[in-house]
Unconditional design. Sequence first.
Length: 761
Amino acid sequence: MDTKAFLDYLSALPDYAGQICHREHLAAREAEYVDPEVPLPPPLEACLHRKGVLPLYHHQAAAVSAAARGENVMVATASASGKTLSYNIPVLSTLFNERGSRALYLFPTKALAQDQLRSLRELACPDLLSESEIETFDGDTPSPERAAIRKNARIILTNPDMLHLGILPNHASWTRLLRHLRYVVIDEAHVYRGVFGSHVAGVMRRLRRLCQFYGAKPQFIASSATIANPGEHAAALTGLPFTTVSHDGAPRGGRDFIFWNPPLIDEAKSVRRSANREAATLLTELVKHDTRSLAFVRTRRLAELIYLYARKRLDQYQYGLGQRLQPYRAGYLPADRRRIEQALFNGELLGVVATNALELGIDIGDLEATVLTGYPGSIASAWQQAGRSGRGREQALSVMVGRNDLLDQYFMRHPDYFFGSSFENALTNPANPYILKSHLLCAAWESPLSGRDTDYFGETFTNARDELVKDGLLRERRHHYYPSPQLGYPAQDVNIRATSGASYAVIDQTSDSLLETVEASVAIFQIHPGAIYLHQGESYLITKLDMGGHTAEARPTYATHYTQTKELTEISIQRETRRRHYGAVTLGLGEVEVTTHVVGFKKLAQFSDEVIGEEPLDLPPQCFPTVALWFDLPPAVAGELAEAGLDLAGGIHAVEHAAIGILPLFALCDRNDIGGVSTTLHPDTGQAQVFIYDAYPGGVGIAEKGFDLAQELWQTTLRVIEECPCKEGCPSCIQSPKCGNNNHPLDKEAARLILKGILAS
């Protein structure tokens, strides 16, 4: 697209008020070609020539060469750089040379597996493999076809969920695959972080253990978006050493990356025009200009809201044009998602409003523009989303719209940090006791545990196993450990995408039909009685939440507001594991117990976010153990605050909010992955304390990263507070969108003095 002409057009619109605060032009880049160290089999080379993908880019050849040397390989390069060939070539070479060999491909979603099935068959069939030798195997695979796939398929494309739930527990039916498994491919490995990644690490160790049982020792090839610790992350997922390939040799077209900051509407409070409205306007203008576009949003609710607003604007401009726009997000039924993907691919749709469900590499055709409604939580995700447009060599446009949010406004003021920064670390915690013990039960079901399993599950294996014995879930016999008879089928009770149990079903009362599902860990916050829930552009009022039956009942409504819960959180220290002193400040890390009470909810007007009402809720408290860091204040600070007439409680509350908001700069996580508590007198320490904790049972490594980088965290937090132009605090510095206390009390100046005191102590 002609990005300059479109930006000039936007700048001439009546509503334009200087929103373009930074324009980064990324020049086109030529390809860097390299030959692999080992010649390819002639039939494979002929297939690659036919597809027009030879010669190989530098990173493709490096990965192929490392795999030929027998190494496990992690390829971490930009979106649309051709990472797929980095694993397809070694796999197809080996399967051609070793006729009985097998390969297992893992993708985070079924849609991505189906997409890769099509491209892999186009490459390999019929010269190298028949179509029946390359198959997907997931929850959508018809039962009559499953036996033939187990028998005939040499490349199985699946997802970690199916491996965990369907393949490993039934390994006796999969002996042909496991005995001859030569390669395991882990695509989009950066997705496997946090709770999901920690579960996938357990699944990978169970897979390796069963391969050993059948006499196989497969190589692993992983691919990832650019992250700071690709080799370390791959090792954490699998428990094996990796060779990292990160020098990107792929060509790219030029791109203009725009930082678009909504104009201030209240300078004293630093309140800006709604980022959601700005994003909807940008998407509307792109579609009006016949530009195939994708707008990313952070939540399901926003996907529906922006879709509604943009559709209305498009239909006002040209009747029926709104039909060429659709929302897309997790929670939709599979048939609906496939329909939208296909419509975008074939050009029926000009635009889609999507959550990060479309961030991954599903082939949706050539897009010209992407709109990011706010910073998506990590630099890696931002580049992944931006990279969905301009996947050929044409000029592309990406626009990131700044929200009234700490990180968003930090980047709007410091674009150099975004464009010049190293990427974040992907964090997983395979030793999380709640996750580890669940996979030990699954492993014991698959084959009795023994002392040798420390090789797979690490140093914490013995303690976790002994706790399961103590709880009556494992039984020892001759130094082997078997599941207790009452255990049943443990894999079906383990949701690897959450630490919580089964999802909740949202039922439409008017038709008694399933609308969608909601993860258990967020159900109490999203589908409580009185909540407004959006589904494919339609509003539903939640009338009943059955926590025992894991269902919520909903009925259609014409409400023009949305809802947001109010929570109170308490925290208690169970065990300190590490301590560090910074002058007079003590920094601690350890195990804590967090109790959250959802006490009510607010009703907010769509787009303006004005609070139009509040209602109480009476729901059971949510209690879970996790890992936290905590720090106190220099003794002199309290006196300085009192002398200056500043609020100690408001100051430490503001420090807590700002530090939580900035921590995702250093860890590949979302603000919602982190929680915090601040108090002027904590019963476990007897002094003022700020806590920052992982918002998942057992922790996933975020608090540990904050502990290791505490001084840098404090320095950046202070910088954010000092640079924000507001007078008393705003969402761009010390206010939190999920504060259960309605952001009260907060004292920006007190927070500044506290942080200066900490850093000077």
